[in-house]
Design a protein around this ligand. Structure first.
Ligand code: FES
Length: 161
């Protein structure tokens, strides 16, 4: 285990020891997701042991919430809302366009670790449908024609960092 990785792992274990009950599972998962950018399998094993929760239950919770991921996410998380309001306004075509441009499917990350694609349920911005989120930024009234430009802008931003 690399030193930086050990530090994160130790932080999670320390946090785990401070929680009081199984009901703190979501909080532990949030903390792990924030620290690592995803939820490593060995951390799931430690959570299961410490909180005495079956591993299968934890994986069930992780797969229920789109915020949690079992694989490392890219620097930019392209999140396409697939709720009803967005869906009827073409969210599926937008999702496919991102997938085509990036050469990855939903839940996957590009090889350069720059982009991940996730689909979400309604994010509460139905009046702005269809909605795409890139990390915390909201892109309202999204159009397929915006896909290429947005990805190019983000790539240029990275090159200029
Ligand atoms: S359905 Fe997309 S924001 Fe509500």
């Amino acid at each position: 285990m690399l030193a930086e990785d050990k530090e994160k792992y130790d932080a999670i274990i320390e946090f785990l020891e401070s929680v009081e009950s199984k009901s703190d599972l979501i909080e532990v998962l949030h903390k792990t997701q924030d620290l690592y950018g995803y939820i490593p399998k060995r951390v799931v094993t430690s959570i299961a042991k410490t909180l005495d929760i079956p591993v299968s239950t934890i994986y069930g919770v992780i797969s229920f919430y789109s915020r949690f991921s079992l694989v490392p996410k890219g620097k930019y998380s392209v999140s396409v809302c697939m709720g009803t309001a967005c869906y009827v306004k073409g969210a599926n075509d937008i999702l496919e366009a991102f997938s085509r441009e990036l050469g990855i499917g939903v839940g996957e990350t590009t090889e350069d670790q720059l982009f991940s694609i996730i689909e979400t349920r309604c994010v509460g911005d139905c009046a702005l449908a269809p909605v795409v989120n890139i990390n915390e930024d909201v892109y309202p009234y999204f159009k397929i024609e915006d896909v290429k430009n947005l990805l190019n802008d983000l790539k240029v931003g990275v090159e200029n960092d």
